[in-house]
Design a protein around this ligand. Structure first.
Ligand code: AMP
Length: 282
């Protein structure tokens, strides 16, 4: 695996690649890699693409300083995992490389209502930051396919919108959420949970499952209320539990058997904010 730290170096390398080489698959990450991230690399390799991973903890997408400062960094282990997975290139830039003109006057994107609901509502400015870094990375890496995790469901929708705004023909490959055996969605933030909290945190996935099971017979509003009460009784501080149309993220009023539904949860367990979701198809 070749590691680049400078924008100019990776750009030159990509420009000089033989045109007959496989197309580029890109897996942007913030590091502290786990099996969820590696599953994206594995999928890109299985698709026989030239695989570029980036690790950059993007300051502009954090609306909470403590979350940014405490974001886990495990770069040596990350490099080991990427090498083992057969990743071809790692891009490991500094903030100065990504934002050479500073972070004050960056582009703003018209993302519409998607930016004001769910994650957008509870993390103001977050998706602007996501778009700022992803556009920059896409322009540097020039991928054909972008690999993202369903774990960040709304983020996938935002990036899809960004690609439209950019008038780009980059394809999205959204890969399933990898979980611990107890159902907890893998996340770099799980490293900040102690053993007892990791057991407690499985409640989020259990709640998603019980909403899924309850939807055939229960009203969505009632299911959401019960879920919030249950999570709160189990020590979580809930940002939201939503049962929404999977295409629009608008809350559903009743179960319409024709449309795909996504159930989404964001909740704090002590200081750590966890998100997860479950797609319900017919
Ligand atoms: P992050 O490092 O958290 O920004 O995540 C980088 C990419 O990995 C994003 O596309 C995430 O959606 C994806 N990802 C994170 N956790 C998981 C998981 N448990 N399963 C699958 N993909 C994931």
């Amino acid at each position: 695996m070749i590691v680049f730290k400078k924008v100019n170096d990776i750009k030159l390398y990509i420009e000089k690649r033989e045109k007959s080489n496989p197309p580029i698959a890109f897996v942007p990450t913030m590091g502290a890699l786990h099996r969820g991230h590696i599953s994206l690399i594995d999928t890109a390799k299985a698709d026989k693409l030239f695989t570029v991973c980036s690790i950059f903890v993007n300051p502009t997408q954090f609306n909470n300083h403590q979350d940014f400062n405490k974001y886990p960094i495990t770069i040596e282990k990350d490099i080991y995992l990427l090498e083992k997975a057969g990743c071809d290139v790692l891009f490991l830039p500094s903030a100065e490389e990504i934002y050479p003109d500073g972070q004050k006057k960056l582009a703003q994107y018209d993302l519409g209502y998607i930016e004001t609901i769910l994650e957008g509502k509870y993390r103001p400015g977050h998706f602007q930051g996501v778009c700022q870094v992803v556009q920059r990375l896409l322009e540097i890496v020039q991928p054909t396919v972008l690999y993202l995790g369903q774990k960040d469901y709304q983020q996938c929708m935002v990036i899809d919108k960004l690609i439209n705004i950019m008038k780009s023909d980059i394809k999205l490959n959204i890969c399933p959420t990898q979980r611990e055996t107890n159902g907890l969605a893998m996340s770099s933030r799980n490293m900040r949970l102690n053993e007892a909290e990791k057991i407690q945190a499985q409640k989020i996935h259990e709640t998603l499952q019980s909403i899924k099971n309850g939807l055939a017979t229960h009203d969505p509003e009632e299911l959401k209320r019960t879920a919030i009460d249950n999570l709160s009784a189990n020590g979580f501080v809930v940002d939201y539990v939503e049962i929404a149309d999977a295409k629009t993220l608008q809350p559903i009023e009743n179960r319409d058997n024709t449309s795909t539904v996504v159930v989404l949860i964001a909740a704090y367990l002590n200081e750590v904010r966890l998100i997860d979701n479950l797609l319900i198809t017919n």
